[in-house]
Design a protein. Structure first.
Length: 378
């Protein structure tokens, strides 16, 4: 089955009872059994439900994993990964992470005895050097948020394999349409389903996909025990959203390439960060490990925070909002929004300045988006 066909059909079959072409929303808490210990595969919706199972099978198929578990948020999915570890375990992560992930690591899991080192992984040779005897997981985002740094997935996965540990990749920005980390050797992929996969800014969700059957069973058991699995309505919306993933990602990508080139030539823009530009230091790696460049752009305005705020408060088509991956184009100020909890010294080290603007390029007409940006910047 070719990939666009898989996006539409994977994990789904017409309803055997009615022939309905759309996966039903099983809005029920519990299930009647045929007898003691005899169920039809489901007993209580905290454990699982048919709508969620269809989404999980679809996610596993799209990423090339053996199984998936879907959660109430992307952060719940990452939280479940931390529950697989024990006190004293060490996690080696990339330094430029989503602010919520950093908060989870530094403010919650350090308190219960997990150790974290956040390092620059753009040089693959550094990863192996920074592993410790108690390292149990390598956790990466590529492209990273918001500086769009790329990490060589194959190299990170090899370092993990040689050490006998798991390599986890947050694939939210690229989606499996453009990048499939499991095919590059990673063991686990994590997603915020809120973003490109559902694609319409109307739900919150997360997913963990893995090539390790025992690890998949452990993650599913954690979801069952904690009770943070994704509900039927949100599963239904995500399944529906995924069916247009290929079409949307192509448009996000095409628009982003045009907008990045426009920004690169603008006299009031000092720097543009986009993997699809030849000026990006890891442009060659972007072409090597992915089939597209995605819809995320970061850029620096001349004039610092004043210029950044003025621009973001002057757009009309673009929406000032703290998310990404929807069909609508959104603009964010990482310094005061997504990464406001990151300590000042870390922001400076990563390059998250007051003048940095992050764009989530939508699927509107690229010319309208460019004209609106040009007006706002000017």
């Amino acid at each position: 089955m070719r990939y666009l066909t898989k996006i539409v059909h994977a994990g789904e079959k017409p309803c055997p009872a009615t022939g309905a072409i759309v996966t039903p929303i099983y809005q029920t808490a519990t299930y009647v059994m045929d007898g003691v210990g005899k169920d039809k595969g489901y007993d209580y919706s905290r454990h699982s439900h048919p709508t969620r199972r269809v989404l999980e099978l679809k996610m596993a198929a799209l990423e090339g994993g053996v199984d998936a578990t879907c959660f109430s948020a992307g952060m719940a999915a990452i939280d479940a990964l931390m529950h697989t570890l024990e006190k004293g375990d060490h996690i080696l992560a990339c330094d430029d992470l989503y602010g919520g992930t950093k908060r989870l690591f530094s403010q919650i899991y350090t308190k219960v005895g997990l150790e974290f080192d956040l390092i620059d992984m753009t040089d693959p040779s550094v990863i192996k050097k920074r592993l410790k005897k108690n390292t149990r997981m390598i956790f990466i985002e590529t492209p990273s948020n918001p500086m769009l740094k790329l990490i060589d997935i194959k190299a990170a996965a090899k370092a993990a394999k040689d050490a006998g540990i798991h390599c986890v990749v947050d694939n939210t920005f690229m989606t499996p349409y453009f990048q499939r980390p499991l095919e590059l050797g990673a063991d686990v992929v994590v997603h915020s389903l809120t973003k490109y996969l559902s694609g319409h800014n109307d739900l919150i969700g997360g997913a963990v996909v893995t090539t390790d059957k025992k690890f998949a069973e452990k993650i599913n058991w954690i979801a069952k025990s904690v009770g943070n699995g994704l509900g039927p309505q949100d599963c239904y919306l995500t399944i529906r959203g995924i069916k247009t993933l290929g079409l949307r990602m192509r448009q996000h990508n095409d628009n982003a390439v045009k907008i990045a080139k426009f920004l690169e030539g603008h006299p009031k823009v000092s720097k543009v960060i986009y993997p699809g530009l030849e000026s990006h230091p890891q442009h060659a790696l972007a072409k090597k490990q992915a089939t597209g460049f995605g819809g995320m752009i970061s850029f620096e305005l001349k004039g610092g925070i004043k210029a950044g705020i003025k621009c973001m408060e002057s757009v009309k088509v673009w929406l000032l909002a703290e998310s990404l991956g929807g069909v609508e184009s959104m603009v964010t100020h990482p310094y005061t929004m997504t990464h406001k909890d990151v300590p000042e010294d870390q922001k400076r080290k990563l390059g998250i300045t007051e003048g940095l603007v992050r764009l989530s390029v939508g699927i509107e007409d690229a010319e309208d988006l460019i004209e609106d940006l040009d007006r706002a910047i000017s």
